[in-house]
Design a protein around this ligand. Structure first.
Ligand code: ADP
Ligand code: MG
Length: 624
């Protein structure tokens, strides 16, 4: 038989240990944050009460972790870097009795294979300690070391011997962002721990020993979330679920603020994520995510943690029971928080009594004189920082319709349009006013107007969103998207990871009119925003944009990103369903209908208007 010379004639060889180590390391150590995670877990397993983490250049140059835990005996030091060497397991049965965070005995071996590591340790009772170094898997002889009890480990030049992986490291800002996320998870999971993180010599986080879970949440995610938490704690058979769920008002554009811990370990679990969302059903719009910090405690034999090398996924022995516990407990807690009014669908139209019709809002004269233009003129500052207290969230929740109107009125008053601006706005819309004035608002959500063809019902949010989107797009294309400089830059607090991600997209954001500066410690300073969106607090727009950016795993193309962000900004800045509009605003909205190239759909694909033709109406009433 002729040999096909095109085909590679491969042979099987046993890989050298060095290569095996590098392959295995790839599973555990993906980036500097993975090193931090493994080292922190070791410190926790060693009973540390305080851990200091110093990072340089996003961890690519240095990661140093110092703990005050139980240390390693001098004689065991070289073994620490050996593969599958651990003090945490003895037999296979132990795999189902895991009470420590680590147990696979491969982290130090992996890290030692791809970096230059020095490990120094001293056990509390010992007079002296010892140190050992490991560079690219090569161990140096053990030496004496005279440090305080505990363990000190330095990881330098990560991936120095795997140039391809080193090249794939992201900017220090992005890498420290991932590290911050790891530290955050640990700080939440281990409330007894004192944690200090510095980056390039600057303090990033310091969480003191006695800081409660709620205070930790406040520290990492800001007071807005901390103040809207509902605590829960339930026991079901051998299982306990405790922690906090946040008020639906804290909703996010992604699931990043859904923290789930099992026996002190941060985990990812699709099914439980689903249970959480399910518990909020009816309280959140589709595509919006709840914020929650949930802790599950289960006997170790009820769960298999050995599913994945990074131990972030687990298998429950009775997944169904855990699912119902999470769903049931959260739903009950939300009900107890008196959020039920929002769970009930609005009464069907036919059920509205005649007496109620007399009280319909459009019949009451509105304070048109004080109302700003929905489409404020670019360049004219119409947004000023809210001097009024925020609307009472409880009140907004219970009265559908009344809810947002309270806010929009507060906003109208706060904006205080100057008469010149109003004049201009009026001029711009006079043309459309003839038919527009006939429009009335219904249910604070729809505008109904008579047209030559029949009757048009407009979704106020969808139309406004569409108009803003088209205006923004047009100006972006023409390069005339005016920016409004903020007199006093507005600080926006984010997680360090979000801040880093946002700064990466600074150029695109600037094109869109959003100018941000790094203030450090996860805080960004918003210095300018698109003048067209002056109706919405600029910080709110930036937050929505950040949410969107951090929900993206991979980078979208520039065009895609701009278009995504435009529609997001339009959606946020548009009047909402539930906003009471003044006759002036209604007129403006309806008259600018022509600005929407395709007025039938908002950028999300929902229709903006429905037409009931005269013919349809006549037929329905059997006139023809
Ligand atoms: P694992 O944590 O899965 O056991 P590692 O490779 O992470 O495996 O660590 C190997 C061993 O080194 C641990 O089992 C532990 O005995 C010891 N060790 C590592 N870090 C520390 C530390 N900070 N304090 C005390 N012992 C440690
Ligand atoms: Mg470990």
């Amino acid at each position: 038989m002729p040999v096909d010379s095109d085909k590679p004639r491969s042979r099987i060889v046993q890989l050298p240990l060095e290569v095996v180590t590098k392959i295995a390391a790839g599973e555990v150590i993906e980036r500097p944050a993975s090193v931090v995670k493994e080292l922190l877990e070791n410190s926790v397993d060693a009973g540390a009460r305080r851990i200091d983490i110093d990072v340089e250049q996003g961890g690519a140059e240095l990661i140093r972790v110092v703990d005050d835990g139980g240390g390693i005996a001098a004689a065991d030091l070289p073994l620490a870097f050996a593969n599958h060497a651990t003090s945490k397991l003895q037999s296979a049965d132990d795999l189902f009795r895991v009470r420590t965070l680590g147990f696979r005995g491969e982290a130090l071996a992996s890290i030692g294979g791809i970096a230059q590591v020095t490990l120094q340790s001293r056990q509390p009772g010992d007079l002296a300690g010892a140190e050992v170094s490991c560079k690219g898997g090569q161990l140096a002889p053990v030496r004496d070391w005279n440090g305080t009890p505990g363990t000190r480990i330095e990881v330098r030049h990560l991936f120095y011997n795997t140039p391809v992986r080193r090249k794939f490291l992201k900017s220090p800002g992005t890498e420290i962002g991932h590290i911050c996320e790891i530290v955050t998870r640990l700080a939440l999971a281990q409330p007894g721990l004192h944690l200090v993180l510095t980056h390039n010599g600057k303090s990033v986080y310091e969480v003191a020993h006695g800081t409660s879970l709620a205070d930790r949440i406040g520290l990492f995610f800001g007071p807005e979330i901390k103040e809207k938490l509902y605590a829960l704690d339930v026991q079901q058979g051998p299982a306990r679920l405790f922690g906090f769920v946040a008020d639906p008002a804290c909703e996010r554009g992604n699931a990043k603020l859904q923290y789930l811990f099992l026996n002190g370990r941060w985990i990812r679990d699709r099914s439980l994520g689903h249970a959480l969302q399910e518990a909020y059903r009816g309280l959140l719009m589709t595509g919006r995510y709840a914020v929650a910090f949930l802790f599950i405690e289960l006997p170790p034999d009820q769960v298999d943690v050995n599913v994945h090398p990074t131990k972030a996924e687990v298998r429950f022995r009775d997944g169904g029971a855990v699912y119902s516990m999470v769903l049931g407990a959260i739903r009950q807690r939300l009900n107890a928080a008196n959020l039920t009014a929002r769970l009930r669908p609005p009464a069907p139209l036919g059920a509205v009594p005649v007496s109620a019709l007399n009280a319909m809002p459009w019949l009451a004269p509105q304070r048109a004189e004080e109302t700003p233009s929905l489409f404020s003129k670019p360049g004219l500052p119409s947004y000023t920082k809210n001097p009024l207290p925020p609307p009472d969230p409880e009140a907004t929740r219970r009265e559908p319709g009344g809810a947002w109107s309270a806010e929009s009125e507060a906003r109208s008053a706060e904006v205080g349009t100057r008469s010149a601006e109003r004049e201009q706005a009026r001029d711009a819309t006079t043309n459309g006013h003839a038919d527009a004035l006939k429009a009335i608002q219904m249910h604070n959500a729809y505008l109904v107007l008579e047209t030559p063809e029949g009757m048009l019902v407009i979704d106020q949010h969808a139309l406004h969103e569409r108009i803003l989107f088209e205006q923004l797009k047009e100006r972006l294309r023409a390069g005339t998207l005016e920016k409004q400089k903020l007199l006093i830059p507005e600080p926006v607090e984010l997680t360090a990871e979000q801040a880093a991600k946002t700064l990466e997209h600074r150029a695109e954001l600037s094109e869109l009119g959003l100018e941000v500066d790094d203030f450090g410690g996860g805080t960004l300073l918003l210095t300018a925003y698109p003048a067209l969106l002056s109706r919405t607090p600029p910080g709110e727009i930036l937050k929505a944009v950040v949410d969107h950016l951090s929900s993206k795993e991979r980078l979208p193309t520039r065009e895609q990103l701009l278009s995504d962000l435009l529609s997001l900004m339009a959606c946020h800045a548009a009047v909402r369903s539930g906003d009471t509009l003044t006759p002036e605003e209604i007129a403006e909205l309806v008259s600018q209908r022509h600005l929407a190239h395709d007025a039938h759909h908002c950028p999300h694909g929902r229709p903006t208007a429905l037409l009931f033709t005269r013919h349809d109406l006549d037929r329905q009433f059997r006139r023809i």
